[in-house]
Write a protein that binds this ligand. Structure first.
Ligand SMILES: Nc1nc2c(ncn2[C@@H]2O[C@H](COP(=O)(O)OP(=O)(O)OP(=O)(O)O)[C@@H](O)[C@H]2O)c(=O)[nH]1
Ligand SMILES: [Mg+2]
Length: 281
């Protein structure tokens, strides 16, 4: 893996009713990043849990007196998207990682993500259940749902990825600094909105293989969540291509200065993406 010794990494863990997994997750994340020998912070955002997740996180954070573990809390449950947004606001690493709290995905896998980022010069690397080298232990109906959702997303946004929903993602911080203020969705399809906006701005996205071990016998994603995710995805399409909402707010936002190299590369990619779009139309 590339040397991360002079870099700072922020790991954001959104947690909703995860009392059974949060301890293992935080300990494994600390072990992973201690092995990388880099600077890091772990920002756990409790999303209005009712099962004692918050006191558990506080207890764990108290054990690490170097301040690696920061704790944020929503008093009500607002959804994973808003929890991640809150985490990003407090993050000050050069790389930001989104990691689900339920230990379906072991944090050690992130080493491969950094390798892919370096090799492909990507700005974002996302875990993908559709990657040919992924090893999955999850039910057939979830596989079917992922495939259908991928087709929908491909049709609507032409994203160069096959799975937007997996709970392990690596971003260069500047990508999120630019994209986050434009995000509208708080719950479902939040990842989709980030990726669609980042892709539209010319950032490069690559997929990484994952090892996924489902911890819950019955997943928490029910029919209602699937329906809402589809509606939210349609709403992104509506905002992006019909009312051009994102173009309008871009004009209003005072975006933070970016590093020169990345800015140039981004402008070039934007131009190429624009040319391709013109060809397609
Ligand atoms: N479902 C859900 N998860 C949340 C929420 N806020 C934060 N999270 C966290 O987001 C991550 C993903 O949620 P999961 O319920 O595991 O969703 P999933 O991985 O798609 O589905 P299953 O693991 O199969 O149930 C976990 O770390 C949750 O603790 C919320 O409001 N709802
Ligand atoms: Mg999960």
């Amino acid at each position: 893996m590339r040397s991360l010794q002079d870099k700072k990494i922020s790991v954001i863990i959104p947690a909703f009713n995860e009392v059974c997994h949060i301890k293992e997750n935080i300990e494994e994340t600390i072990r992973t990043f201690d092995d990388f020998k880099c600077y890091y912070e772990i920002i756990v955002v409790d999303d209005g849990s009712k099962d004692g997740t918050y006191p558990k996180i506080k207890e764990l954070a108290g054990k690490f007196n170097n301040g690696e573990v920061l704790v944020k809390r929503n008093f009500e449950n607002f959804g994973k998207g808003r929890a991640l947004k809150k985490g990003v606001r407090s993050a000050n690493g050069e790389y930001i990682i989104f990691l689900d709290a339920d230990m379906d995905l072991h944090p050690g896998q992130i080493a491969t993500f950094f390798d892919i980022m370096e090799l492909t010069e990507a700005d974002i690397v996302i875990g993908s259940k559709m990657h040919p080298n992924s090893q999955l232990e999850y039910p057939w109906y979830r596989k079917l749902m992922s495939t259908v959702y991928y087709r929908v997303v491909k049709m609507m946004f032409g994203l160069p990825v096959r799975d937007t929903q997996t709970g392990l993602k690596l971003f260069k911080a500047e990508v999120l600094q630019e994209v986050m203020p434009k995000i509208v969705i708080k719950k479902f399809a939040f990842d989709m909105e980030i990726l669609a906006l980042a892709c539209r701005s010319g950032y490069k996205i690559e997929e990484a293989p994952i090892i996924l071990n489902s911890q819950r016998v019955f997943g928490r994603i029910g029919i209602w969540a699937i329906w809402k995710t589809l509606l939210d995805t349609l709403a992104i399409f509506y905002r992006m291509y019909i009312i051009k909402y994102y173009d309008k707010i871009e004009l209003d936002l005072d975006t933070k200065p970016k590093r020169n190299g990345l800015r140039k590369k981004k402008r070039m990619r934007q131009r190429i993406a624009g040319m391709i779009r013109l060809q397609l139309w």
